[in-house]
Design a protein around this ligand. Structure first.
Ligand SMILES: Cc1cc2nc3c(=O)[nH]c(=O)nc-3n(C[C@H](O)[C@H](O)[C@H](O)COP(=O)(O)O)c2cc1C
Length: 241
């Protein structure tokens, strides 16, 4: 009888213990951090969605803003039409102008005086020769005899002349005052015995009142194609790629 009681008590104890443990396990089950994980995953989820949003950011990369960058490139790439204008009394500047035109694949326009200069007219040993008289008169505007030219389509215009009495021949003043250079790039050049181009380009730019005038270049009468090529190359923008 005692043994039976002990067995029953023991059995009840075991049952109690096992029931108690069973409840703990059940309590632990709902705890599953797993649930917290999904919750936090849900929190993270939008972040993951954010990552794809980085793609839109990447979509912004093909930035149409890159297009403006392409615009200047187009300007640089487009050679436009080039014109070489020249006045030359004894042929030196005309020779250089022809080399420039050849190098630049440009059109050539010669300023021919309505009244041609005779050798006596340009005999600078004679202070009263026609050329020097004109040079000493800032208002002198010798007439141009050559047909007028439409320069509106040219984006780059070279303007060549000899140096007379340390300045540009007055007929060049006539020329620049007769034309609208618009926004064209204008590049003066000259030939001379020894004088530099000085401020002749600036004076012409002022008289013209239009055009984007660049600093000019003086050549000796004996300038070669290589000299011209070197000068033109020096004006090209540095290649970046
Ligand atoms: C009237 C006259 C004035 C000149 N004055 C100068 C001068 O001041 N400085 C100079 O270096 N050369 C002077 N020269 C020389 C010319 O600039 C030079 O010979 C030039 O290359 C001539 O160019 P062309 O053959 O295109 O006319 C003068 C020439 C002439 C006809």
């Amino acid at each position: 009888m005692r043994k039976k009681l002990i067995v029953i008590v023991l059995f009840l104890c075991v049952m109690l213990v096992s029931t108690a443990c069973g409840k703990d396990e059940t309590n632990n089950t709902p705890m599953p951090t797993a649930e917290a994980t999904p919750t936090s995953e849900t929190t993270k989820a939008p972040e993951v969605t954010t990552t794809p949003e980085a793609t839109p950011t990447a979509e912004a990369t093909p930035m149409p803003e890159a297009t403006p960058t392409a615009e200047p490139t187009q300007i640089v790439t487009d050679p436009g039409k080039v014109l070489v204008v020249v006045f030359s009394a004894t042929g030196n500047t005309k020779k250089v102008a022809e080399m420039v035109a050849k190098t630049e694949n440009a059109d050539l326009y010669e300023i021919v005086p309505a009244v041609p200069y005779t050798s006596e007219d340009i005999n600078y040993n004679n202070y009263s020769c026609r050329a020097l008289k004109e040079q000493s008169n800032a208002a002198a505007r010798p007439e141009i005899g050559s047909e007028t030219i439409d320069i509106s389509g040219y984006t780059k215009i070279y303007v060549g002349y000899p140096i007379w009495a340390a300045s540009e021949p007055r007929i060049m003043d006539t020329f620049v005052e007769s034309y609208d250079f618009g926004t064209a790039t204008v590049i003066p050049f000259c030939t001379s015995g020894s004088s530099g181009i000085g401020s002749t380009g600036t004076k012409l730019a002022t008289l013209a009142g239009s055009g984007n005038w660049q600093s000019g270049k003086r050549f000796p009468g004996s300038a070669t194609e290589k000299d011209v090529q070197t000068w033109i190359d020096s004006m090209k923008p540095a290649q970046t790629e």
